[in-house]
Design a protein around this ligand. Structure first.
Ligand code: FMN
Length: 363
């Protein structure tokens, strides 16, 4: 088994067995929607349907990037894809670097398109690989392998910096995005992995030709935490210290959604600690297009398709009821409902010069 395969297995095991979530929250506790005692619509007429990059989905929900590259990952991807297709939600694969380097692992990713022939499928490649010399050819391989509707380029400077032998070369990535966006037909989505995206970077990403963002902010799975546990297991005291020290580093998810939706016109997937349908409704009311989750879907997928299917139903039902209670008949209506941005989230945004008063004044 190669080094990357071993690491993939460890990521899954540690995420399922150890405490890997941040101690600080997403910021959604500071975001409040206004309950309507007379919503003037029937629950039955509420539609959670949406279209994302041309694909019709039953709800604005996507399985965020998790895995690929090993037999166990293939099984997980198979369950995730089967349920994503059945429920008509989006699905992402984990980093495809391993499949480009070791083509014998391609089936652990292509199973996703086999099991999910019609829904939105997103590929995944890391920015460190771009800095180290990969480009259009490798990105095209990732796209073709799963007939991807979009390719996520993941940004994980925090994880790489706290990882034993991490790839910390991040120079020249904007130029690479420009090159890829000029030469690929498939849209590029810049994806963080749990530390969020600031508006300054988002604006530069848009300028470089990116089409969307998956902001993955702080508040859920912490890669410092995952790497802390791995460093501890392999006896790397220096990385164990760093992982512990930077456990809560980053921009909370709700803040990153507001910064990036206000300052760019990119599509935005809100993720990082999203655990409820209400948080997805809040994200959309703030301007995001979709909500994504990784760890909760992984936890259900290892229990089998029924458990995952039930969970997806629960989340979609919750989205529908929350929409009903704010009087939103469809996803577009969510951009018109008033939202209160309060507490530390409001403090942060005001200090950053972001206008938050308009959200509450919508009628
Ligand atoms: C086991 C595991 C593996 C992951 N692998 C990847 C990956 O290969 N590429 C990527 O962009 N993100 C990866 N992520 C990050 C997630 O896509 C997501 O951004 C992050 O976990 C925050 O979401 P959550 O709090 O819902 O887990 C992984 C997450 C988990 C839990």
């Amino acid at each position: 088994m190669s080094g990357i395969e071993k690491r993939k297995l460890r990521h899954i095991r540690v995420s399922l067995e150890e405490e890997v979530e941040t101690d600080i929250a997403t910021g959604f506790e500071d975001i409040r929607l206004i309950h309507r005692a007379l919503p003037e619509i029937d629950l039955d007429e509420v539609s959670t349907e949406t279209t994302f990059y041309g694909k019709k989905l039953a709800a604005p929900l996507i399985i965020s990037a998790i895995t690929g590259g090993t037999d166990e990952a293939k099984e997980i991807n198979s369950v995730l894809a089967e349920v994503a297709e059945e429920k008509k939600i989006g699905i992402s694969v984990g980093s495809q670097r391993i499949a480009v380097a070791q083509p014998e692992t391609v089936p652990t990713f292509s199973i996703v398109r086999e099991k999910a022939p019609t829904t939105f499928v997103m590929g995944n490649l890391g920015c460190p690989q771009l800095s180290l010399g990969w480009g259009v050819d490798e990105a095209q391989k990732c796209i073709d392998m799963i007939k991807a509707d979009a390719l996520a380029l993941h940004m994980n400077p925090l994880q790489e910096a706290v990882q034993v032998d991490g790839d910390t070369k991040y120079r020249g990535v904007f130029e690479k995005i420009t090159d890829l966006s000029k030469n690929l037909k498939t849209p590029l989505i810049m994806k963080e992995t749990g530390a969020g995206i600031a508006w300054e970077d988002a604006a530069k990403m848009q300028h470089s030709g990116a089409s969307g963002l998956e902001i993955s902010g702080v508040g859920g799975t912490s890669w410092s935490a995952v790497e802390y546990h791995i460093a501890k297991e392999v006896g790397k005291k220096d990385m164990e210290y760093l992982g512990g020290a930077l456990w809560n580093w980053g921009i909370p998810t709700a803040i990153s959604v507001i910064e990036t939706t206000q300052k760019t016109s990119l599509s935005v997937i809100s993720s990082g600690g999203i655990r409820t349908g209400v948080e997805i409704v809040k994200s959309l009311a703030l301007g995001a297009d979709m909500g994504g989750m990784a760890k909760p879907f992984l936890e259900k997928a290892v229990k089998g398709p029924e458990a995952l299917s039930q969970y997806v139903d629960d989340i979609i039902r919750e989205i529908r009821v929350a929409m009903f209670l704010v009087g939103a008949r469809n996803i577009d209506d969510l951009s018109k409902v008033p939202v209160l941005v309060m507490g530390k989230t409001a403090d942060w945004l005001r200090l950053r010069g972001i206008n938050i008063d308009g959200y509450a004044k919508r009628v």
